[in-house]
Design a protein around this ligand. Structure first.
Ligand SMILES: [Zn+2]
Length: 154
């Protein structure tokens, strides 16, 4: 980032935090030449909107999906890179269909479909994490009986 005062192209980030509305990362930077401090904002690039059950819309939040996936894939042989790609694919797929918004449960369904091919255990775990998705209701039941059946013997 070019310093607004002297134009020097190098800075260091002193502080990084989420903006109040959670839609941007606010970074406090300091010019390495003149020490002037300035602020930059980093926004989510995705223009994809999620339509929630109550009709409200919110931007497609890959971090939210990633945290659910990471939880589901705990101690499973699945790398973060693979999960990042899974989310990329879903976002691309929706946008390739020409949609700028998508129903929240559909996202859950797409994630579960992708996960099912990847890892059965992670799939069932994810379904239980995403109980709030309408379509996940039945999967949550499946997850419960699965967990009981597969409880590791101590
Ligand atoms: Zn400067």
């Amino acid at each position: 980032m070019k310093c607004p005062a002297c134009g020097f192209p190098k800075d260091k980030v002193i502080d990084s935090r989420l903006s109040k509305d959670g839609q941007a990362i606010r970074r406090r930077r300091e010019c390495l030449q003149c020490r002037r401090r300035y602020t930059t904002y980093e926004y989510i690039e995705s223009s994809l909107m999620i339509v929630k059950k109550d009709g409200r819309r919110e931007p497609f939040d890959r971090q939210k999906i990633m945290s659910g996936l990471r939880k589901a894939c705990e101690k499973r042989p699945i790398g973060i890179d693979l999960l990042e790609r899974l989310v990329d694919n879903i976002e691309n797929e929706i946008q390739a269909q020409g949609h700028s918004e998508v129903q929240a449960p559909l996202i859950g369904e797409m994630v579960m479909n992708a996960l099912q091919k990847l890892d059965g255990v992670a799939y069932v775990r994810f379904a239980s994490v995403y109980r709030s998705f309408r379509e996940a209701a039945d999967f949550a039941e499946a997850a419960k009986s699965f967990a009981q059946k597969n409880e590791p013997k101590k």
